[in-house]
Design a protein around this ligand. Structure first.
Ligand SMILES: Nc1ncnc2c1ncn2[C@@H]1O[C@H](COP(=O)(O)OP(=O)(O)OP(=O)(O)O)[C@@H](O)[C@H]1O
Ligand SMILES: Nc1nc2c(c(=O)[nH]1)N=C(CO)CN2
Length: 234
């Protein structure tokens, strides 16, 4: 997805969650100073393959969820999902993170040539300044949710998990699977719950565009569909 297509939804997310576009743009500009271009053709081998987009819900510890990741051709891990899967012996092919939980994992992964998509937004500038210089630039893709500038890309998405799915889609992934997701997690705080609502809507938008049905949305597809119609004017 390009930013032009994503922008109206981005504006709706900002309005709903009370985030500021100028802050996101400042964060993006800091990231641009600290990063180099990343060739997305690096992910050409995801094309037509089954890509597991692993989320950070506690259920990722369950054998059945780990198996979904293990059986995929490619594993893209959102944030802490990378650690859970590594501990379970599942190799991670890419980490998508806004640097708030496990930046040391990102250092370690780029250090051994595993790509990390590091996201800059209005509320993580100190982390961007602290951690980006520690990553191997050859294996770091920097992302923004605002307009892309220089090496900093925006292929759609908001939370680490749905951003990972948009990245997979952007590079031509075949089937997407979603181990480690729980939209009804009772243990998340109010802001995280609202972010997860957006993650659900964004995945709903993605499956609609792809003509696919993500099993993880089965119990909420109708509601999300109504919300998307209102959001997108469809
Ligand atoms: N129950 C859940 N709790 C947390 N994340 C979930 C859950 N279900 C799905 N996810 C997805 O997994 C991703 C990684 O979750 P995790 O809690 O490890 O990271 P995070 O750094 O807090 O994520 P973010 O900064 O995007 O909110 C989230 O961004 C979200 O897209
Ligand atoms: N400005 C801002 N942007 C975000 C934030 C956040 O807390 N603030 N959190 C995200 C995923 O957790 C993604 N984007």
């Amino acid at each position: 997805m390009n930013f032009e297509t994503f922008e109206p939804t981005y504006e709706a997310i900002l309005a709903d969650l009370g985030f500021d576009r100028d802050d996101d743009e400042r964060a993006r500009d800091v990231a641009a100073e600290l990063s180099t271009p990343f060739d997305l053709s690096r992910f050409d081998d995801w094309e037509e393959r089954t890509v597991a987009v692993a989320g950070g819900a506690p259920c990722l510890h369950e054998d059945s969820e780990v198996r979904i990741a293990r059986e995929a051709d490619v594993v893209v891990a959102a944030s802490t999902a990378a650690d859970v899967l590594s501990e379970a012996g599942v190799a991670v092919d890419c980490l998508v993170t806004d640097l708030d939980k496990n930046p040391e994992t990102a250092v370690e992964l780029t250090g051994r040539g595993v790509p990390v998509a590091a996201h800059a937004h209005g509320d993580n500038v100190p982390a961007v300044r602290e951690w980006l210089p520690r990553f191997d630039p050859d294996h770091t893709l920097t992302t923004t949710q605002a307009a892309p500038v220089g090496p900093v890309r925006n292929v759609g998405g908001f939370t680490d998990g749905d951003r990972a799915a948009f990245l997979a889609d952007h590079v031509g992934a075949g089937r997407l699977t979603f181990p480690g997701w729980n939209f009804d997690d009772p243990d998340v705080g109010p802001m995280k719950a609202r972010k997860l609502e957006w993650a659900g809507r964004l995945l709903g938008w993605l499956e609609r565009r792809r003509g696919e049905r993500f099993a993880v949305l089965d119990d909420r597809r109708e509601r999300i569909g109504r919300e998307l119609d209102a959001l997108l004017g469809t």
